[in-house]
Ligand binder design. Structure first.
Ligand SMILES: [Zn+2]
Length: 271
């Protein structure tokens, strides 16, 4: 595909040679399947039935039993760590509890998605709830290693030049996907198949994610075109990061861009 023939924000799925690497605007890459299988080889499988048998319906009211500050005191600090263009992760950082998510939740052609245990359960819970309401969402991308992100970023620099690449792709070590708590969720109802395109945000599926992701512990890291001034990234209505239900509820009600919310949380006194 000639990427010069289509809009910058719509060419997010591009085949790259024989390796067939697909790339996403949020700095995404899908490693060749053999690589992803290898990284998940020792992982347990997460299915719908293994999702946390929680309250019948997750709402702000049902998740308010714990404050975000209290959650922050007990959870692995990486779950609430700021990851942006200035504050990155060690090249060798790799969560120890990555699990394979049942392929029934994977977008066609993107099997073996892996996330940290809590995030994997939460995203299955979210996608199950959406499906029960007739909203079909699937995972297009999840954990990415430093090396995977490095390949992606270099590709985009070659395609776009560094300045534009940095608006749409994270440098290695600076992607939330390396946390293992972040996923790109997408619908086939975008008119372009399962691609990550900005118009997803205006679809019923995208609006559902915007309205409900926090109920399952997810924040939308790059929530609007206007937020690019804060995040440095274009609007990515598909990109969700798990921060726990209590923090996600407080993030949603705060109205803050996620990176600002996490900064404030990090400096808040313990309660
Ligand atoms: Zn993403």
């Amino acid at each position: 595909m000639d990427i010069t023939s289509i809009g910058r924000r719509s060419w997010v799925l591009v085949g790259v040679g024989a390796a067939g690497i697909a790339l996403a605007a949020c700095g995404g890459t899908k490693a060749p399947p053999e690589v992803r299988v290898a990284t998940a080889a020792a992982s347990a499988s997460v299915s719908q039935t293994s999702a946390t048998p929680a309250a019948p319906k997750a709402t702000a009211a049902t998740v308010a039993s714990q404050t975000c500050a209290a959650f922050a005191q007990t959870v692995d600090p990486y779950v609430l760590r700021v990851v942006d263009k200035q504050r990155g992760l060690p090249a060798d950082y790799r969560p120890s509890d990555l699990q394979t998510i049942d392929d029934r939740w994977a977008a066609p052609g993107f099997p073996n998605e892996i996330m940290r245990a809590q995030a994997a359960s939460a995203i299955v819970e979210m996608l199950s709830a959406a499906q029960a309401q007739g909203v079909t969402l699937r995972i297009r991308s999840s954990f990415r290693s430093y090396a995977e992100q490095q390949r992606t970023f270099q590709f985009w620099i070659g395609q776009l030049g560094e300045a534009q690449a940095r608006r749409e792709s994270a440098p290695p070590g600076n992607s939330e996907h390396q946390l293992g708590t972040t996923a790109d969720v997408i619908s086939a109802n975008s008119g372009t198949g399962w691609e990550l395109v900005e118009q997803f945000g205006a679809l019923p599926e995208g609006k559902w994610v915007t309205a409900h992701a926090h109920e399952f512990g997810f924040a939308i890291s790059y929530p609007s075109t206007e937020a690019e001034a804060v995040t440095g990234y274009v609007w990515e209505p598909w990109h969700v990061r798990y921060i726990g239900k209590a923090c996600a509820a407080e993030w949603k009600s705060s109205g803050l861009v996620l990176v600002r919310f996490l900064e404030r949380l990090a400096t808040a006194p313990a309660r």
